[in-house]
Design a protein around this ligand. Structure first.
Ligand code: 4SX
Ligand code: FE2
Length: 354
């Protein structure tokens, strides 16, 4: 693989949609439409095309029926239809698999290109897409848990530094990251749109999809989703949170869908659009980095993630992370995390699980 292509990278605007393989469309519909309130743009026996309320493109999420729950595509919108060809050339020079996609290969999407990126992820670049009704002001259909837009992808990959360099070459900028005193990077958040991230890199065995995140405008929408799941006696779909992130400052909730795909609902991160936006680096031992209130990260959040398909629909084999694992170093090996640097935290705030 050519690590540093000379050709121009595609001009990526934002993380736009994800395509997930689910094993039971009805169960998935009950979750994504019945609980999360996403709008159905189109549905048939094979797939459901969903959008968040502020999305005017055909969809923010495709749920496609299949035998194995997995990620089928992460799709970025580029600035013009010409940028699709730029993307194809860039990835051909990278020496990875490039598959042009005809108009309608994905319902509602025009001529596009899908690649197997250097990290092993199936990524689509598109511009032309069908415009549909934007439900921004359709308060008559917004539920109490109204989701406004897709915000970011979080991918699990063994070498975060290499993944960071690959995304920087694509024109992404790091807003925040987590490192240790030896310079190991455990996670990084990178953006094209002027918010904290379009993609986050989580160190771990990969390629795996850690989560897809949707944004709401306010905390009460996230709290309603929790209450709604409680009313359905489906509180087991709540994996982590609600809480306040240290990184990004967002108020967050992590859910697991009927297939175990992790979905984050997220609100109140911040603007990053000036050219000199400062990068914030967190110490991996800072107990407030992942939850500003110091609440522990549940072990499954570090260890579990969705399988990823190649462009033939085959699950990608995993590459093991060789650098230290965050879950091991924050409260394990050296036995400490801190709320205030230099002061030991009490056991109950170290996040040990019973
Ligand atoms: O848990 S972290 O505060 O590191 C975090 C920050 C932003 C995110 O989108 C996320 O998934 C996780
Ligand atoms: Fe996230």
């Amino acid at each position: 693989m050519n690590p540093q292509p000379t050709s121009t990278p595609p001009d990526i605007i934002r993380a736009a949609y994800a395509e997930l393989i689910v094993t039971d469309l009805a169960a998935s519909r009950a979750f994504y439409v019945g609980v999360l309130g996403l709008v159905v743009t189109h549905e048939d026996d094979e797939a459901i095309y969903l959008r968040a309320f502020e999305e005017y493109l055909h969809h923010s999420l495709v749920l496609r029926l299949g035998p194995v729950a997995a990620l089928a595509a992460l799709a970025y919108r580029v600035r013009s239809q010409d940028e699709v060809a730029v993307a194809a050339d860039y990835y051909r020079e990278l020496g990875v698999r490039v598959e042009p996609r005809a108009v309608g290969a994905t319902r509602g999407i025009g001529e596009a290109v899908r690649v197997e990126d250097p990290l092993g992820f199936p990524v689509e670049f598109f511009y032309d897409a069908e415009h549909v009704e934007r439900f921004t002001r359709r308060y008559d259909v917004h539920g109490a848990g109204a989701i406004s837009r897709l915000d970011h992808f979080n991918v699990m990959t063994p070498d975060v530094e290499a993944a960071r360099a690959y995304h920087e070459a694509l024109g992404f900028t790091v807003s925040e990251d987590i490192q240790d005193s030896a310079g190991t990077t455990y996670a990084a958040w990178m953006y094209r749109k002027p918010t904290v991230h379009d993609v986050a890199l989580t160190g771990g065995d990969g390629p795996r999809m850690h989560h897809i995140a949707f944004a709401t405008h306010e905390q009460h929408q996230i709290l309603h989703i929790c209450d709604h799941l409680g009313a359905l006696r489906q509180s087991d779909k709540i994996e982590r949170g609600p809480g306040r992130h240290g990184v990004s400052n967002a108020f967050y909730l992590y859910l697991r869908d009927p297939d175990g795909h992790r979905i984050e609902i997220y609100t109140q991160d911040y603007y990053t659009g000036d050219p000199d936006n400062p990068t914030l680096t967190w110490d991996v031992h800072d107990n407030q980095r992942r939850d500003w209130w110091g609440n522990p990260v549940v072990p499954s959040w570090y260890s579990e993630a969705s399988a990823v398909l190649d462009l033939d629909g085959v699950v990608r084999p995993l590459v093991a992370r060789t650098e230290p694992a965050e879950a091991a170093v924050t409260i394990g090996a050296d036995g400490f995390s801190y709320t205030r640097e230099g002061e030991p935290s009490p056991e109950y705030k170290l996040g040990h699980q019973l």
